[in-house]
Design a protein around this ligand. Structure first.
Ligand code: PEP
Ligand code: MN
Length: 270
């Protein structure tokens, strides 16, 4: 309730730590999950570059929820083989998005965490299946979802006895057309007052424009975000999805360098 939000808070809920492999969300460190929008050929080499630039974890989307049915839908199982290779070679955990209950079954045992995308936030059978898998779940905010609706979706996962939910703000639909979405940075402090769950931010989908990703990543960490999700492509102009918002590896390395003092200024580390 908004009225509850307006009450002065004496203390925020204790933070919950969610661990993916050896990566801890909700602790003193701010892990950065990086990788291309979609897994494409060359993913394994790219994953090594992500690790070298400081990524704690890899994005590995092989099923893409595209607006148009004639757009690239992801490499599917062929891409999953590349994700498994990258995971083994880099030692970094991988985050993969299932679009259906069948995908949850296919991916269980082969990935480290599930991402429930914005379009799926209210797909309750999918939320329950991801919850039952026991794997950590990164739950993105639906593009028109209120905080209450988002937290109710998180409850579907939690109610399957899975406490490992990470909330991810990825921008909401507003009247503004200059950016793809409007990144709601205030979600970070609001949710910190309302839930113990870690809150991470995706400035790539949150803005849709690569040059805005670094400033909004810095803002998110300054606001207390428990992690970041960043799209990075070796050659964004040739990307099969979301080219305009993907960083080049060198720009991502620069983001990581600029993030360090911001994290330290708010008592966190990278
Ligand atoms: C993604 O991160 O791959 C994605 C599809 O983002 P969203 O669900 O936030 O649109
Ligand atoms: Mn994308």
């Amino acid at each position: 309730m908004l009225t509850d939000l307006l009450k002065p808070t004496t203390s925020s809920p204790a933070r919950r730590r969610v661990t993916v492999g050896e990566v801890v969300f909700g602790g003193p460190a701010v892990p950065v999950i990086a990788g291309p929008c979609a897994v494409e050929p060359g993913y394994v080499e790219h994953a090594l570059a992500m690790r070298a630039a400081g990524a704690s974890m890899l994005r590995g989307s092989v099923f893409k929820p595209r607006t148009r049915p004639d757009a690239f839908q992801g490499m599917g199982e062929e891409g999953l083989v590349l994700v498994e290779k990258a995971r083994a070679l880099t030692g970094r955990p991988v985050l993969v998005e299932p679009l259906s209950v069948e995908h949850v079954e296919l991916l269980t045992g082969r990935v480290d965490a599930f991402m429930i995308g914005a379009r799926s936030m209210q797909n309750t059978p999918l939320l329950r299946a991801a919850g039952r898998s026991g794997l950590p779940v990164v739950l993105k905010r639906g593009m028109a979802a209120t905080y209450d609706e988002w937290l109710a979706a998180a409850d579907y996962v939690l109610s399957e006895d899975n406490p490992n939910v990470i909330l991810c703000e990825r921008g909401i639909r507003t009247f503004e057309t200059a950016t793809r979405n409007t990144l709601d940075v205030s979600a970070v402090p609001v949710l910190r007052e309302r839930t113990p769950l870690p809150v991470i931010v995706d400035p790539s989908h949150g803005t849709g424009i690569w040059s805005l990703v670094t400033p909004m990543a810095l803002a998110a960490v300054a606001a207390g975000a428990d992690g970041l999700l960043i799209e990075v492509h070796p050659s964004p102009e040739h990307a099969l999805s979301d080219g305009p918002q993907q960083l080049r590896p060198a720009t991502f390395a620069d983001l990581m360098a600029r993030l360090k003092p911001v994290a330290e200024a708010v008592g966190r580390a990278l």
